[in-house]
Design a protein. Structure first.
Length: 75
């Protein structure tokens, strides 16, 4: 009978944890940059088209629904 033992090494675990954290931070940064860009585009559209408050609110609601739809696709 053959036995295989996997030894846990604290340095390897820490390195893996750091790699995962760095990947998560890159993902968060990318998401934040995408949202900031989209909000900036919406602000420019509101200004350019001189939308009133009701129109601007409707535009923001549409964008919120778009984000919610994307979130549902991830699950």
């Amino acid at each position: 009978m053959e036995y295989t033992t996997t030894l846990s090494h604290p340095d390897a675990e820490q390195a893996l944890a750091l790699m995962i954290h760095a990947a998560q931070m890159r993902e968060r940064k990318g998401g934040a940059q995408a949202i900031a860009g989209r909000l900036d585009a919406l602000a420019r559209k509101i200004s350019r088209e001189a939308l009133n408050s009701v129109e601007a609110a409707a535009l923001l609601s549409e964008e919120a629904e778009r984000f919610a739809h994307q979130a549902r696709e991830i699950d």
